[in-house]
Ligand binder design. Structure first.
Ligand code: AMP
Ligand code: MG
Length: 377
């Protein structure tokens, strides 16, 4: 049995704490600048006509494209105007008959259907009226809301990418390892993950387990918003990061969470700098980075709280006797999770061969159980 403290911080609470500790750029209240649409518009390519005239042939006066001034034509009885999607409806017309439902011969057109007033027309103001509240202040930003801001003449400049530096810690990390040393695998992994999440990333040389050197790296981080470290946050005699952060007066957001692997996870604020202190073991570092980094980036960019989880069924049972939720490496086979025989938090081989990490509650999960999982990216 595991000897975890039952009061370890649950993952969701740690994520929420991180979210709330970071400032979000606030979206100002957005009101409609004008009616949307500002004139009645065609929603199909076809012919604009007077519906009351039924299927009688009409004489075509010309064509209106999106962006044309509709004042060029007035649709009098017996006439019609070719019209393209997005063009303003000309005076006199009240319906559009789509191209597919027309019989055209020279400059004469005959509808093959009986149009009704309003067919394929977006009426003026159907989406919003000038002055309507479209988005209340403080709404998280996303691409759709950026589009609406642009539509209302309030386009936002694309924000700069969040600058993230990655620095592993550990005296054992060298480029040409003796049998008792290793290469830095966390650094490249975390840098790739941060880049895939849209950050501007700098992969720095690893730091030694030396408090003054660590303190210097934290005190003078350079022009970055987030420092991703790995290692040095557990209980070993060389795990200096928590004490160094404390000495520097950092605000600790949390240290140690209810998760296996990845319990030693730490997050702290040093002034404006967010330090995500990931555990050193590669699987722990990977999982925590995949959970915490998207939350930090989304918050700082003003986006909504991200949900990285997907759900499907397990192809085989997973035993789990511990009292922390387990993230277990699996292959995805025909949409179902096939558990792998991972050798724990240092087992980068199994992680690299996995497609997903499945969330297993204490007590384990049965074959066929529906579980949530993180895709391995
Ligand atoms: P630590 O939390 O610093 O005690 O590290 C836990 C384990 O992860 C140790 O076996 C370390 O050698 C290993 N480790 C730490 N940093 C890295 C890294 N950057 N790449 C690969 N393994 C690491
Ligand atoms: Mg270490």
């Amino acid at each position: 049995m595991s000897c975890d403290h039952p009061d370890l911080l649950p993952l969701e609470e740690a994520l929420q704490r991180l979210w709330e500790a970071l400032p979000a750029p606030a979206l100002a209240e957005l009101r409609a600048e004008r009616d949307d649409p500002a004139t009645a518009r065609a929603s199909m390519d076809g012919v604009a006509l007077r519906s009351a005239e039924g299927s009688a042939p009409r004489r075509l006066l010309g064509t209106l494209f999106a962006g044309d001034d509709p004042a060029a034509f007035t649709v009098l009885p017996g006439t019609a105007v070719r019209i393209m999607t997005g063009a303003a409806l000309p005076k006199g017309a009240d319906a559009i008959v789509p191209v597919e439902q027309l019989d055209v011969e020279g400059d004469s057109v005959r509808p093959l259907i009986l149009a009704e007033a309003g067919d394929h027309v977006r009426p003026q103001g159907v989406q919003a009226r000038a002055g309507d509240l479209l988005l209340p202040g403080g709404t998280p930003l996303n691409a759709a809301r950026r589009a609406l801001m642009a539509q209302e003449g309030r386009a936002l400049p694309l924000g700069a990418r969040i600058r993230v530096a990655v620095a592993s810690t550990g005296n054992e990390l060298v480029a040409h390892p003796a049998p008792y040393q290793i290469r830095d695998s966390n650094g490249p992994m975390l840098a790739a993950l941060a880049q895939a999440l849209g950050a501007e990333v700098e992969l720095r040389p690893s730091l030694p387990d030396d408090p003054p050197t660590l303190a210097h790296a934290l005190r003078e981080p350079g022009n970055i918003r987030i420092l991703l470290t790995s290692g040095g946050v557990s209980m070993g005699e060389h795990d200096h990061l928590p004490a160094v952060l404390k000495d520097l007066g950092a605000t600790l957001l949390f240290h140690k969470i209810r998760l296996k692997p990845g319990k030693p996870m730490l997050a702290a604020l040093l002034g404006d700098l967010l330090v995500l202190g990931l555990p050193g073991n590669p699987v722990s570092a990977y999982i925590n980075a995949q959970l915490f980094l998207p939350v930090a980036l989304a918050r700082l960019e003003g986006r909504a709280f991200p949900d990285p989880w997907r759900r499907t069924r397990l192809d085989a049972p997973v035993k789990h006797k511990g009292d922390r939720p387990l993230l277990h490496p699996c292959r995805l086979v025909e949409g179902r999770l096939e558990p792998l025989h991972g050798k724990g938090s240092a087992d980068l081989v199994t992680l690299a061969q996995a497609d997903a990490c499945a969330w297993i509650e204490p007590g384990g999960a049965q074959e066929g159980a529906k579980v949530r999982y993180l895709p391995v990216v």
